[in-house]
Design a binder for this molecule. Structure first.
Ligand code: SF4
Ligand code: SF4
Length: 161
């Protein structure tokens, strides 16, 4: 992905302490995302396999800049390609019939993780108590804040555009 390579080059040019900060934020985000895994796995387990309106067909789902800042900060390989070759492609290139998404959750665009569809929301409301729901809400909120911070630290100190 061309933009990903440009971001990676800019990251290498950051001052050592900025680089370290980006890495620390990325590691924190990873930990938070891993905490979300059991919940999202649970919700998907009871819904996705029989879904007739797969959300991976949403044409607007792409990796965004913050997703790429996150991967670069984490020091992992960038995704080999975007979710779609262009805005007209309907189904995501990482989606496989009878399996679903090929990517581990932390390597998907973040929108794929925070999206909870209507059916999943019903299950969540039926099975989770208020304390669990609050915890989940806090988790999403902390991830969102950490991503904003990552974006500001990265973008303020680089000129990758
Ligand atoms: S998250 Fe919801 S809309 Fe998306 S595939 Fe699963 S059941 Fe379908
Ligand atoms: S990356 Fe995975 S979860 Fe996200 S749209 Fe593509 S197939 Fe679906």
């Amino acid at each position: 992905m061309q933009i990903g390579s440009a971001i990676a080059v800019s990251f290498e040019k950051l001052a050592a302490e900025r680089k370290q900060l980006v890495q620390q934020i990325a590691v924190s985000i990873k930990k938070l995302l891993l905490e979300l895994n059991p919940v999202m796995d649970f919700l998907c387990k009871y819904t996705c396999f029989r879904c007739e309106n797969v959300c991976c067909d949403a044409q607007h789902v792409f990796y965004n800049e913050v997703d790429l800042f996150f991967f670069v900060g984490l020091g992992v390989s960038l995704p080999p390609f975007q979710t779609r070759a262009n805005g007209f492609q309907i189904r995501c290139s990482y989606w496989v019939r009878n399996f679903g998404c090929l990517l581990e959750r932390i390597f998907r665009p973040y929108v794929c993780t925070w999206f909870i569809c209507e059916r999943q929301l019903e299950i969540l409301n039926e099975t989770f108590n208020n304390r669990q729901k609050n915890y989940l809400e806090q988790l999403f909120c902390t991830i969102r804040r950490a991503r904003l911070l990552l974006c500001s630290v990265f973008a303020e100190n680089t000129r990758w555009k």
